[in-house]
Design a protein around this ligand. Sequence first.
Ligand SMILES: Cc1cc2nc3c(=O)[nH]c(=O)nc-3n(C[C@H](O)[C@H](O)[C@H](O)COP(=O)(O)OP(=O)(O)OC[C@H]3O[C@@H](n4cnc5c(N)ncnc54)[C@H](O)[C@@H]3O)c2cc1C
Length: 447
Amino acid sequence: MSTPAAASAAVASACDVLVIGGGPAGSTAAALLAERGYRVTLLEKARHPRFHIGESLLPANLPLLEKLGVASAVKAIGMEKWGAEFVSPWHDHNQAFEFADAMDKSMPMAYQVRRSEFDEILIRNASRKNARVVEGCQVLEVDFLPGNAGALAQARRDDGGMETVHARFVLDASGRDTFLGNRFKAKQRNRKHNSAAIYAHFAGAERNPGKAAGNITIFWFEHGWFWFIPLADGATSVGAVTWQYYLKTRNRKSLEQFLQDTIALCAPLGQRLQHAQLCSPVEATGNYSYVCDRTHGSNYLLLGDAYTFIDPVFSSGVMLAMHSAFVGADTVDTCLRHPQHAAAAMKKFDNSMRIGPKAFSWFIYRVTNPTMRDMFMQPRNIFRVKEALLSVLAGDVYGNTPIRRPLLLFKGLYYTASLLDFRRTVKAWRMRKRNIRVVDETVAAAD
Ligand SMILES: Cc1cc2nc3c(=O)[nH]c(=O)nc-3n(C[C@H](O)[C@H](O)[C@H](O)COP(=O)(O)OP(=O)(O)OC[C@H]3O[C@@H](n4cnc5c(N)ncnc54)[C@H](O)[C@@H]3O)c2cc1C
């Protein structure tokens, strides 16, 4: 327990790598670098366990968890997720996909996790690997020093005390707070995808039978789509991702009422929540897709959501964040150990940071398009296009599996089908243009 004098005392320390933020990206990078013998300081403004949205992992997460040494800890808290189900009001059947049918058959499943538990496993792993982890400590300032002398950071602890940290290298893993992105005014809203989310946890939701009980279900509805993510303790995460114009119709309704009214617009979801009760506060996140104009600079990298955030329809965020941490740790290692190779390492990091978001975004921008919906609802495996699609859904996008050709063919089929139904395509294009317009800068901030 700290005394008032200790509480106000400033702590000054030095390290090789300062990590801002202890979510999946920051905790992963801190563990990997500490394991290699670097002096790592991770400052996290919250205290774990803390709530975070984003509970559905991808099969491509699992090898990363193995390498970190936390696979069995995650298995113990996770709900097995063997696939995904799509429900569309414009089709007369539901469509289920199993990851086992992807091109690489070695990654057949993933987990749904409570993020408070998952993120705590990762940050405790970083401590165990000898990273210095300070929770309840918010980074306020980072000044990069001239002459390649690293950076000086100022942070405030929640007991009122201050920390000053000198670091040779900084990893910004501050998530959607985009600490360095804001500081450098490098963050740009994604104008191709202007939506927002409203979400909560429910107890007593109806699950699929058997092995499919833990599958994610995506329900399309008129104003966007819903996720339905069953968790191991019986709760279910439910959220709506909608266009801004729809959020504006909330007016003075409470978030809870607005979520319930939105669920009422999607009968099949309403049915699965018929006997369910809300068991968490309802939260909302607005204006939420963005990208920074850089992935790195002199003595710093942006990891995970601190660089970019794309729509969560394919549950890619945690995998992208952890993958960025693995590549980021290698990059820092090269920069500090072999500075003469720093530029090449940074370039490689930059390329890698763009691959995942690019692979998912093509599908994200089209996921509410009727042609794409048809292709998801009636998938055919001509020339392995369905397997390649499933590989993307599994997060297998980093070039280890030969999905390029079948994906090109999938895209070709999409454009051909769009041309064949030209009138519907033009109508959908016009509607998308209307949907992604900015209605009001403040509206999506919701509460
Ligand atoms: C509505 C919604 C649904 C989603 N659904 C999914 C999903 O189903 N599956 C999925 O994989 N992803 C999902 N995501 C995305 C996923 O949550 C993120 O991509 C993921 O958490 C990114 O990890 P990160 O480590 O980069 O950032 P975060 O997990 O956000 O961690 C950042 C950490 O930095 C800390 N921090 C911030 N600023 C400071 C500071 N100045 N000083 C110290 N600490 C700081 C924060 O407290 C936080 O703990 C969803 C996101 C949203 C918004």
